[in-house]
Design a protein around this ligand. Sequence first.
Ligand code: PEP
Ligand code: CO
Length: 473
Amino acid sequence: MDPWTPSSWTSKPIKQDVIYNDDKGVQASLAKLQNLPPLVTTQEITNLKKSLKNVALGKAFVLQGGDCAELFDYCNQDVIEAKVKLLLQMSLVLIWGANKPVVRIARIAGQFAKPRSSPMEVVDGVEMPSFRGDNINGFDATPESRNPDPSRLVSAYFHSAATLNYLRASLSSGLADLHSPLDWGLGHVITPSIKENYERIVSRVKDALRFMQTVGIDTDRGVETVEIFTSHEGLLLEYEQTLTRLLKNPSSESTHNAQAPVAATATTPLQSYYATSAHFLWIGDRTRQLDGAHIEFFRGIANPIGIKIGPSMTPDELVRILDVVNPTREIGKVTLISRYGASKIAQYLPAHIAAVQASGHLPVWQCDPMHGNTQSTPSGIKTRHFTDILSELRQALEIHRAAGSFLGGMHLELTGEAVTECVGGAAGLTEEGLGERYTTFCDPRLNEKQALELAFLVAGFYRDMDEEGMNSI
Ligand code: PEP
Ligand code: CO
């Protein structure tokens, strides 16, 4: 294999490429980005990597969620807070259900670029490029707005930075304080049964905190905040390359053997290339060709990475991809994000698990129950059914369990807003009701109510499994 560099991907065939017709503009934007500071630090990336290792080993659960396509306009106080609070509420429910720590990764602060099934579309009789995400072109349906605009690359960085700044500031100012989970704005839209269940969990958390205080354990440290990591699809490699930097590894990385002197060895280099646009990047289902540009770029970065896998992935190809992106078989370095669809998961997941088990790789297995379950209503609106989403999750859990593997987490498209994009859930949203608040710029997302309900149901699966486990002892 040829040596890796941050730009070695440019010699490989690439899918979903963006063709700019302003070369000078592209060069100016990339030069600007190259000079800007990293958005995340190596210490944070390494912390996430350690957490994901625990997930791979079955000791923690990972919740990843956010918009399908994040817009620059979502860089707004209310929108960010709503999303963060929802992820916090869901993770509290999952901690209670799965009885494990929950690692939170948001699709936020950079989830701008979108792969599309067709590069062009016809709107009102006019042919124009498809909307590719706010860091590439505009959503407005005119050929001018849809023309890829390289200045959006720099805007993407600053919108990511502002979002991340508010996220960090809110968390460090107590937004996630476990003493006040009822202040996380449990929405007006929540159904009574979900509200009641949620309040019951909160009261148990409060009891536990009171007990800890009574016995003298300091509850002000450690429960007042949590970490939320950022992620996006690493689609636009020009952008990712400029933010990929050779940086010193945090000391715990380079001194994993406390007896050994701190020195660069083959397994513990002193520095590595980190993608610093987010803590976690993933490769989409449309760009994961073994010999393609995206796999080439991803094989060189030290971040934990995700790979989407669907029905078109063969078990053999999956193992070969793992061998390329993770030759040292670091546990939890790779998250396999499966997205087959509720009617297909039983056909494909068992063979994928078996092949990975036989290979000796130990990835995080995460279920994305969204992308294999998209369908169109008779009137042409893209939607997803809550029952399909739940069914794919339940099957994933059962299939992993039967195979002696762990379902480490779930990957959802959701928003803290009261949108009407997915059908079903306790509030009984119907296809007729989809028009009310259908605001996604790409795929349909779960709204606050549906997302929290899903967390409860998944937590319930874990509790049921625990009870079954207890009964079979
Ligand atoms: C996505 O996660 O928004 C996406 C496009 O997914 P996939 O690559 O699995 O189709
Ligand atoms: Co999507």
